[in-house]
Design a protein around this ligand. Structure first.
Ligand SMILES: [Cu+2]
Length: 330
């Protein structure tokens, strides 16, 4: 369409841009929500993963209109205010936005609301029930129902676990250079190189380290907790999907840090009970030689076969209980 330079009034560009932008944003947001959203990492294997996926998607739903605002404005300007014929001077564009009070007020108001909402939403989601930042640390800000009882009981020999609501499974994650092992205090305290979890169950991960600082990162479970020596770092999640997941050390911890990973799986509660009881009896002889279950341990190369002790029962760096060989008698 060629337009001669006439005295006709300019079309209402801002209104046109606004309409195109709203339509593009609605279509874009809907396409994203239904086609992309359900596949966004880390998936929906646990309550925390599901919650994080929702957060990512909400952020994206808000970011897309901002992106489309820029694209639509850019495209509209490109199409509307360019020289349409060779030799014809380029139009100089629409009214100046500078000193347009209405545009300025809207711009500041909308971006302020957006940013403040995101800050508030992000903070609440970090702390709220299933948030990735919630319930973590040596003193969790919240605990799922039944977690306190399960953790208190974990230190007693009568601790047990059966499937059911509020039956929290306590799993201890022990990091060391360069592997993770897992202890199950509700199944006699056996230690396994395999992390197996029952479905539809609240898990209380108690993460510690025997040596340097590591970090337990179960990617698809959306659980990440630092593994510090002499510290019991707690993180909660609830499994709600069967499948495999990857565990990686997420804190540079020495030469073979990159090789410090393994795989775990979420199985049905009956398959889990089967695995746990079988492993408990198969490992019974080894478990007997392990240090009694405790929240933290200190390594001790002189230890009677176990190699580590419950923290507080020995002084890790005393002359006779140091790493390596015994001190020669003087
Ligand atoms: Cu590590």
């Amino acid at each position: 369409m060629t337009t001669e330079h006439t005295t006709q009034t300019e079309p209402r560009h801002l209104r046109r841009i606004g309409i195109i932008w709203i339509v593009a944003s609605i279509i874009g947001d809907l396409l994203y929500w239904f086609l992309v959203g359900p596949h966004v990492p880390p998936g929906r294997m646990t309550s925390s993963a599901t919650s994080d996926q929702l957060d990512f998607n909400i952020l994206m739903e808000l970011a897309l209109p901002v992106l489309f605002g820029i694209w639509v404005f850019f495209g509209y300007c490109f199409v509307t205010w360019r020289s349409k014929r060779r030799g014809v001077a380029e139009p100089t564009g629409g009214a100046a936005a500078r000193s347009n009070l209405r545009a300025q007020v809207w711009w500041i108001a909308v971006s302020s609301i957006l940013v403040l909402f995101l800050a508030g939403f992000g903070t609440i989601e970090l702390i709220a029930g299933d948030g990735s930042g919630g319930g973590e640390g040596p003193n969790p800000v919240w605990e799922p129902t039944g977690a306190v009882q399960a953790e208190t009981a974990a230190l007693t020999s009568s601790a047990s676990w059966t499937p059911g609501t509020n039956h929290v499974l306590v799993v201890q994650v022990i990091a060391q250079q360069w592997k993770f092992t897992y202890r199950y205090p509700q199944f006699g305290g056996f230690e396994s190189p395999q992390l197996v979890l029952p479905d539809n169950t609240s898990i209380a991960f108690n993460v510690t380290s025997l040596d340097v600082i590591h970090s337990f990162w179960a990617y698809q479970l959306e659980v990440k907790a630092d593994a510090n020596p002499q510290e019991n770092n707690v993180a909660f999640t609830t499994t709600n999907q069967l499948g495999n997941f990857t565990v990686r050390c997420s804190e540079l911890c020495g030469l073979w840090h990159g090789a410090m990973y393994n795989y775990g799986k979420v199985v049905s509660t009956s398959a889990f009970q089967n695995w746990a009881t079988t492993t408990e009896s198969a490992n019974a002889a080894n478990t007997k030689d392990l240090a009694p279950f405790a929240w933290t341990y200190v390594p001790d190369a002189n230890g009677a076969a176990g190699g580590y002790y419950p923290d507080g029962t020995v002084t890790p760096y005393s002359p006779v209980e140091t790493y390596g060989a015994k001190q020669p008698a003087s």
